[in-house]
Design a binder for this molecule. Sequence first.
Ligand SMILES: Cc1ncc(COP(=O)(O)O)c(C=O)c1O
Length: 364
Amino acid sequence: MSPSPKPGVLDIARYVGGHAHAPGVPPPVYKLSSNESALPPSPEAIEAFKSAQTSLEIYPDGGAEVLREAIGAVHGLNPDRIVCGNGSGEILTLLATAYLGPGDEAIFAEHGFMLYRIAILSSGAVPVAVPENNLRADVDAMLAAVTPRTRLVYIANPNNPTGSYLTGEELRRLHAGLPPDVLVVIDAAYAEYVRRNDFDSGIEMVSQFDNVVMTRTFSKIYGLAALRVGWAFCPASVADVLNRLRGPFNVSVPAQRAAAAALQDRKHTEQACAFNETWRDVLTTEIRKTGLRVDDSVGNFVLIHFPENGSHSARQADAFLTARGLILRGVANYGLPHCLRLTVGTEEANRKVIAALADFMKRG
Ligand SMILES: Cc1ncc(COP(=O)(O)O)c(C=O)c1O
């Protein structure tokens, strides 16, 4: 007999990140497969990162106090209710660890972020994927999926990989229809990119209700994906639970310093948002001109649909683009086998994608 993991673990399909290499393809190669920032981080964040090299023998502040205070100051939040994580992914997983057990159910939208299923299964609970309505989370269907065993609902807002979002009103309707002992986790990893009046990152809801948590990340607009740092704004009781469960020094010193500095450079964040908006619109418009369907997106990526049959399939497009050094993300494992997800890249990368897709669609 050999040791075996608890039930659920072996049902997990490993998370496979976006490809980073195009073997045999001469440079330059553009990685547009993981929704990283098109722009480097703020120079101030890089300086702060470098400042961390002087005392590498010392553990970080496990409570990430300076960073939590900085987040609290920028967003107007009580730092005691902020918990920092090794990426927001760590927090999303810890929430499942804390609130789910065998026999429990957790709900998410059909094309929701892959990590939810992994986190739920790792807790021995049952993942309940709810069909979407035209690639948008369907509030009514999610509410209809609630059973006495439902303990948690994950909602990515905006969602990856569809780029769609629920309005603040829809989020509140979802919350209002759930029993008060069900935890609502609003994953707002791409919130900083959204410029829509009816969008709500969930901050107010966390302040108002005891069963709502919102997570955010420094991996996207702040351009610090390599450092792995994210945070949650929680009810006090949930912050207490997360602080008991998280690793004692879960966010490294360079990560804490760079993230705190990145927050101060508002101008850089605004520029990153404006750059993204400009190029997301150009990509959407120009790729549509090739005849392909591109969904409206509020994130730093777009979802491109390819014909199911013939010589212009998503798989063929992927190979064609990769041969030109353009790495996109196949999303078959998100239930979207005929789509590719494209991260907004540098101007050079974006122009190359547009030209390559036009060539691809012209070929026989
Ligand atoms: C919707 C969503 N949530 C969370 C994350 C995780 O981000 P991180 O762990 O880097 O903070 C991602 C990363 O792609 C994402 O797309």
